[in-house]
Design a protein around this ligand. Structure first.
Ligand code: NAD
Length: 249
């Protein structure tokens, strides 16, 4: 039986913990070969042992550095071949209010969440074009659809990711390259636990959510797999909101 992601070669950013780990696992399980990277090694090395070096490779890298993206793409080409899937997953979500956030703190969030996503797309597009198609999955958020108090810089950066996604989808459609966002709601990762611990306003208690619970990382990875696969061959420029009806309110 053919796996859903046979022949797919994916790069995942922010693969050291949280959803990046879940995305890499799910992509490999469905037949892809995956290179993931992170500024902090975290669970990355252990994941290499778990998934095996024929299917998975982890390295250190910073999404804000164009040279790091070149290194990751070169590593991917050498190990598995040119990438045809990119999951721009790395991000940070410090608790920032408009009146108190410093310019440096604001710029750091934009640099990682927004500029990092741009640099990733720019680095892989030549290889997606060479492959005559591919899929870019940018991880945005429900914070790209509504505002959240105390997440000022994060909300700004995630709305930008949605905008970049739509512009890129239009530019790249003629090359068979699809570009979409996945917009998770509250998902149980170290990031969410840190935000929930820091501010009562930014993250409501899970029992107040429509489904009465946070998402599990695997529930977001299932949508990433779908967008990476040819099952979503006519979906581009879209936002797949995975929030248990939070933004339906
Ligand atoms: P997380 O903090 O648990 O993991 C994020 C990973 O990104 C970390 O391993 C971190 O080291 C890495 N990273 C940060 N800066 C980096 C850089 N400059 N270069 C490379 N890697 C870097 O977070 P998560 O919850 O798994 O979030 C993953 C993505 O999902 C993020 O883009 C986040 O904004 C988004 N998201 C999360 C939630 C949630 O509730 N957890 C909801 C919506 C969207």
């Amino acid at each position: 039986m053919t796996a859903r992601l046979d022949g797919k070669i994916a790069i995942v950013s922010g693969g050291g913990r949280g959803m990046g780990v879940a995305h890499a696992r799910a992509l490999v399980r469905e037949g892809a070969r995956v290179v993931s990277f992170d500024i902090h090694a975290g669970e990355g090395p252990a994941l290499m042992d778990e998934l095996g070096e024929e299917r998975f490779s982890f390295l250190s890298g910073d999404v804000t550095g164009a040279a790091d993206w070149d290194t990751v793409v070169a590593h991917c080409r050498e190990r598995f071949g040119g990438p045809n899937v990119l999951v721009n997953n790395a991000g940070i979500s410090p608790v920032h209010a408009l009146e108190s956030v410093s310019e440096a703190e604001y710029r750091k969030v934009v640099d990682i969440n927004q500029v990092g996503t741009f640099l990733g797309m720019r680095a892989v597009v030549p290889w997606l074009r060479e492959a005559r198609g591919g899929s870019i999955v940018n991880i945005a958020s429900t914070a790209a659809h509504v505002g959240f108090a105390d997440l000022f810089s994060y909300v700004a950066s995630k709305w930008a990711v949605r905008g970049m996604t739509k512009a890129a989808a239009l530019e790249l459609a003629r090359f068979g390259i699809r570009v979409n966002t996945v917009c998770p709601g509250d998902t149980d990762t170290p990031m969410l636990r840190a935000v929930a611990g820091a501010s009562g306003d930014a993250v409501p208690p899970p029992e107040e959510l429509p489904m009465g619970r946070w998402a599990r990382p695997e529930e977001i990875s299932a949508v990433v797999v779908f967008l990476a696969s040819d099952e979503s061959s006519y979906i581009s420029g879209s936002d797949l909101v995975v929030d248990g009806a939070f933004t339906a309110q």
